[in-house]
Design a binder for this molecule. Structure first.
Ligand SMILES: [Zn+2]
Length: 316
């Protein structure tokens, strides 16, 4: 368990450190360098059918069905060989299709490798739209992301199947449900529910690294994310296993905790702004519950203010 925690810390730090480069090629080379030292990603096992590949970007969910494999997310094109080597430690079966939880490069850049091979990619319709243009990510919450521009995807790297609010796929005895609950981490998030196995991959709509990044430049909403966490909580029971976008396997109680923390922060910010408090004064009214993240908390308060003023403008 200690190793797993250490690895999670390392993988979130590498996510943090290497995201700060706005030069995409340089960034990719750094990712490659770090992961080549490892050769394989850490493999976390749930049972003989479900695994999670941890490290070098977002968590990849692996579902081994009777004859084929289904992947949820695919990390980066540049480390495709490491991803495949890790997958081959689990199974020799071919990849049937890949689901993208959203358009961010640390989850879906691998499309640029797998799409070319003709492996079908599935995503929410807005995730595909975002992939069709260069996208500057919001740098107001996590400052190292400031200025990072994700280049658009070639046509052969784009999802070939998209959906609006819900999609159901059948795979042997497993029912796979994809849901989008509106604006949360981005405007094109999917959570992937393996109904019979009671396992959910949430993408970045639920993470465990502290204050979750919300991409306000690309349809993300802090209020929406809190609402989403409430919906996710209701979909889980005590036995549900959650694969988060970043971090280790989680449970319903972890979702509840994050939802309550963010709701408290959101509500206190709204009240503080109404009472004319400064960002720093508001920050002092909010208990520090997520890891040592004073700057991020302050940035969150500013970002809530930004989101509120955007919404007010759109209502005028
Ligand atoms: Zn993301």
């Amino acid at each position: 368990m200690k190793n797993i925690i250490a690895l999670l810390i390392v993988s979130s730090i590498s996510f943090l450190t290497y995201s700060q480069n706005s030069d995409y090629t340089k960034y990719n080379n750094q990712i490659k360098q770090v992961d080549l030292e490892n050769n394989f990603f850490e493999i976390e096992k749930i049972n003989d059918q479900f695994y999670m590949l941890v490290g070098g970007g977002g968590n990849v969910g692996v579902f081994v069905s009777e004859d084929e494999v289904i992947l949820i997310d695919n990390k980066y094109e540049i480390i495709e060989d490491i991803l495949m080597a890790s997958l081959r430690k689990i199974t020799d079966k071919p990849i049937k299709y890949i689901i993208n939880t959203h358009f961010h490069h640390d989850h879906s850049d691998g499309n640029r490798a797998f799409g070319k091979q003709g492996i079908p990619i599935i995503s929410h319709q807005n995730a595909k739209k975002r992939m069709m243009e260069d996208a500057e990510l919001y740098g107001g919450i996590l400052e190292f992301i400031k200025g990072f521009v994700q280049p658009k995807y070639d046509s052969n790297s784009l999802p070939v199947i998209t959906y609006d609010s819900k999609m159901t796929l059948s795979e042997g005895s497993e029912e796979i449900e994809l849901y989008n609950f509106g604006n949360a981490h981005t405007d094109g998030d999917s959570i992937v529910v393996f109904k019979n196995s009671n396992i959910i991959h949430t993408g970045d709509a639920f993470v465990t690294y502290g204050y979750p990044f919300v991409d306000l430049n690309n349809g993300g909403s802090i209020k929406g994310l809190i609402n989403f966490l409430g919906t996710l909580e209701n979909m889980c029971d005590e036995n549900t296993i959650i694969m988060p976008g970043h971090g280790g396997f989680s449970k319903k109680e972890d979702v509840t905790k994050l939802k309550n923390t963010l709701a408290d922060l959101y509500n206190k910010t709204v009240v503080g702004l109404k009472n004319g408090l400064s960002y720093e004064e508001i920050s002092k009214t909010i208990e520090e519950t997520l890891n040592d993240a004073k700057v991020t908390k302050l940035n969150y308060i500013k970002s809530i203010d930004l989101e509120l003023s955007k919404n007010n403008e759109s209502m005028k």
